[in-house]
Design a protein around this ligand. Sequence first.
Ligand code: PHB
Length: 395
Amino acid sequence: MRFWKSLIATAAVALLPWAATAQTVKIGIINTYSGPNATLGEQIDNAIKLYTKEYEKNLPPGVKIELIRRDDTGPNPDVAKRLAQELITRDKVNMLAGVVWTPNAAAIAPLATEAKIPFMIMNAGTAAISTMSPYIARVSFTLWQSSHPFGIWAAKNNIKKAFIAVSDYGPGHDAEAGFEKGFTDNGGQIVGKVRMPLANPDFVPFMQRIKDSAPEALFVFIPAGRQATALMKAFGDLGLDKAGIKLIGPGDITTDEELPNMGDAAIGVITMHHYSAAATRPANQAFVQAWKREYGPNTTPAFMAVGGWDGMAAIYHAVREQKGRIDGDKTMALWKGWKNDQSPRGPIMIDPETRDIVQNEYVRRVERVGGALANVEFETIPMVKDPWKVINNRK
Ligand code: PHB
């Protein structure tokens, strides 16, 4: 009897450390799973799933990650705010992540601050977002990060007169301001500007007006996804390419997953961006191969997928380092200065001062490669920090 009692006691003690470390980390994912922009949410979510499948086994023993997904249905800040509130107070999430849209990220930011919940932005790209809460870190991009160096590049590469057309909200305003500054500081001239509605835009009248003003180049920002294809179609149908107008912009306008839908009007379009599925870096080739194996040979991961993928890498880093016992401030400290030289997009770092991503920007041209359209990188601007923060000394 004594023997059995002591054996049971010993076994219980032996199990204790394991029991004490068994932890479930809850991550609230706010993403666009329905509506006309559901393809964007699908990019991010497929990356989250693929990352989980490949790396879940590397979590410390007893540590689990539970993903709680919520659908914001599109750029709807009120919905996003309500979902974040519920995830924080009812589901008791340890972190928030996801978010395609700037207005949604901005609506969530004060809640992250109040609850001290780390919030990893996987897409939303307006520069100021990371300044809206000390609990925000961003692994995606800013529009300034692509558009400002691209303005400099365009002015130095024989474009003298450009027209700017952007979606009328945060990222569009940033793309416009960033390009204009880089371009005009280097001798370029802006011959016209227009802001187009974010919801249900009809690009035809805008393209007609721009064609009539005959600029050398048209710089455009619209959100990636189906809008990018609609824009490309209007540009081609109205013959702006035949009129000799060069279409340029951040990589959102030639987003990889939409290239097969865009047709020949996209050929020759030059963009600047941090990710191309066609990049030949080994880490990218492995990523694209795994994606095609999982989701089919005709699917392509685009920049939003890479935001989801790298966001998961940062989240896994914080979970591993804390062995599943998540503290908000400790998580932010772990994200500040976090580096990954194995991202599909090339080396990345979270700037410890601004909590925003530092990454390469690539100049790319749409070409036909092996029968399919691809964003072919041909020049690299290494490790660009968000220029809006650098210029305005913002943290
Ligand atoms: C944003 O709302 O921040 C956003 C959405 C789509 C993009 C880029 C930025 O392609």
